[in-house]
Structure formats: C-alpha cells, structure tokens
Design a protein around this ligand. Structure first.
Ligand code: 13P
Ligand code: ZN
Ligand code: NA
Length: 283
C-alpha cells in the first residue's frame, strides 16, 4: 500500500536519521530500490519528476509501486518530485499518490505561498503529505534548469513564515547543494541549516545529495535534515554499468541480461545512501 511521507519523516526526526528518497523511472529501478530497502529494513520514498510520470505513465508507476509494497509487506511512499502545477498534482493524487512536492521556488515569496497553500488544502483532504521549497537550488533536474548564479539560499525567518502561512508537512531548503554532480565539492551552509532547524519543527529536506560527500550529508542529518534526495548518482551507476556490459558484450540484445549489471550497480548506491541516512533497521 502507498502511504504519505508524514509519519516516516516524523519518525525519522524523532530518531535522528533521514529517510532516503530515490528517483525511480521504471520497473527495474523500482525493483532495485524496494528490494534493497526491504533487505535493509529501511523506510523509503520513491520519487518521480513530472518527466518520469509522463515517461512511465502514472497508472503504471502506481501499479508497480503498489505491487512492490505488497510483495515486501512494507509501506512505500510514492512521491511527486518537483511538481509545479496544482492541476497536475490533483490528477496524480486522485490516481492514488499520497506524497507530493509543490516546487514554487521560482515564484515570488507571496506566489509560492499562495500556490503551496492551494496544494496543501487539496492534498490534506486526500491524506497526501506536501513538501514545498523555499530558496532555490542550482543545477538541472529534468526540464528544470537553474543557473548557479540564480540559486538562492533559504532565509530562516522567511522559512518560519512560509511554514506558518502554508501548513506544509515538510520543507526543502537551499543551503548550497545543487541538482546533478558538482564541478567542485560544494560548501554547505551548515550554520543556516542549524538556525532554520532551531526555528521550526517541520521536517526539512535536502535536495541535490548526489555528489555531496557522505560526511557532509551525515552532518546535515545531525543538524536536522530528515529526507535526503538522490537521483543522479543512481543514473550514473546504472548507465555506466550497462555501457561497460555492451563494451564487453557487443552482441548482447537481451534486456534480461544487459540490464542486470545496471541494477547491481544501482543497488550498491542505494545501499550506501541508506547507510549514510542511518535509516537501516528503522522500518
Ligand atoms: P541529485 O540529482 O543531485 O541527487 O538531486 C536529486 C534531487 O534533489 C531530486 O529531487
Ligand atoms: Zn530536487
Ligand atoms: Na547533486
């Protein structure tokens, strides 16, 4: 069964760990994430961008994830990552999804609040939790491209006001991470995170975790991050392994063969990130 992210994140916050959110795209990536999380008894969030839902089909993804939850007898949160439109979210929530992110970070503060509040009012009637974003991450997530110079760190007092005005269940904050990999190791604003955490009890979300050193992710969790988003490192591991397989087996054409090394490589990243999040055994 598909669940909202609310309880998972509250439990994580009390327990001092984070729930990992892995971006998935198809049957195989769902299989890898859920199988690994089940083996490690870790709570998990499966995230899909709008591009992923239109690629795979919302009903297919919902169906696959429901089956995965049944198979492993564990709650799974299938999440809408970086969704930008109310009507898009409404459709998908009506299709059975219980965890949504409304990304209004490119709007003005007031417009972000208005849009987020509209989504919260609707979603809460459907027992769907809502994540919003304040501040703006650099880098590229699917079609969403933000130039580094347009990235904006989250203002702590604005975060408090935003949470109060919208009633969101969790908040993505910008403290120096970016989507995708980094040219140089990012320098995160831990002080800012600490200040935001001291001003609110709302679960805080770290986007752009690919390429962030494990020690820095752990420090963010110590300082109060309760959800860690990972996308790019999974894609790189998967595709690199499949490329290597084709180099070694240029005549290969059976997906049941050439996809396996991709899944195995991705599984290793999922394992590592669950360990970094400290969510092993927390199911
Ligand atoms: P990365 O691609 O840097 O892992 O970011 C993932 C993310 O924030 C998904 O919302
Ligand atoms: Zn993100
Ligand atoms: Na990143």
């Amino acid at each position: 069964f598909l669940v909202s992210s609310r309880e998972m994140l509250h439990k994580a916050q009390l327990g001092g760990y984070a729930v990992p959110a892995f971006n998935i795209h198809n049957l195989e990536t769902v299989q890898v994430v859920v199988e690994t999380a089940a083996e490690m008894r870790s709570p998990v969030i499966l995230a899909g961008t709008p591009g992923t839902y239109s690629y795979a089909g919302t009903d297919y993804l919902v169906g696959i994830c429901k089956e995965a939850a049944k198979r492993y007898e564990m709650p799974i949160s299938l999440h809408l990552d970086h969704h930008e439109s109310f009507s898009d979210i409404r459709q998908k929530v009506e299709a059975g999804i219980k965890s949504a992110m409304i990304d209004g970070s490119h709007h003005s503060f007031e417009e972000n609040i208005a849009l987020t509040r509209q989504v919260v009012e609707f979603c809460h009637r459907w027992d769907c939790s809502v994540e919003a974003e304040l501040g703006r991450l650099g880098g590229q997530e699917d079609d969403l491209i933000v130039d580094e110079k347009d990235a904006l760190y989250t203002d702590p007092d604005a975060a408090v006001e935003f949470i109060r005005a919208t009633g969101v269940d969790s908040l993505a904050i910008a403290i120096g991470t970016a989507h995708g990999m980094y040219k140089e190791v990012p320098r995160l604003d831990f002080d800012r995170l600490g200040i935001i955490r001291s001003k609110t009890d709302t679960p805080l979300v770290l986007h752009g975790a690919s390429g962030v050193p494990d020690a820095d992710v752990r420090r963010c969790i110590e300082l109060g991050i309760t959800k860690v988003n990972v996308a790019t490192e999974l894609k790189i591991a998967f595709s690199d392994a499949v490329k290597q397989y084709f180099i070694e087996n240029p005549k290969a054409n059976d997906p049941r063969h050439y996809i396996i090394p991709g899944k195995n490589a991705m599984k290793q990243v999922v394992l590592d990130k669950i360990r970094v999040c400290g969510s092993e055994g927390k199911l």
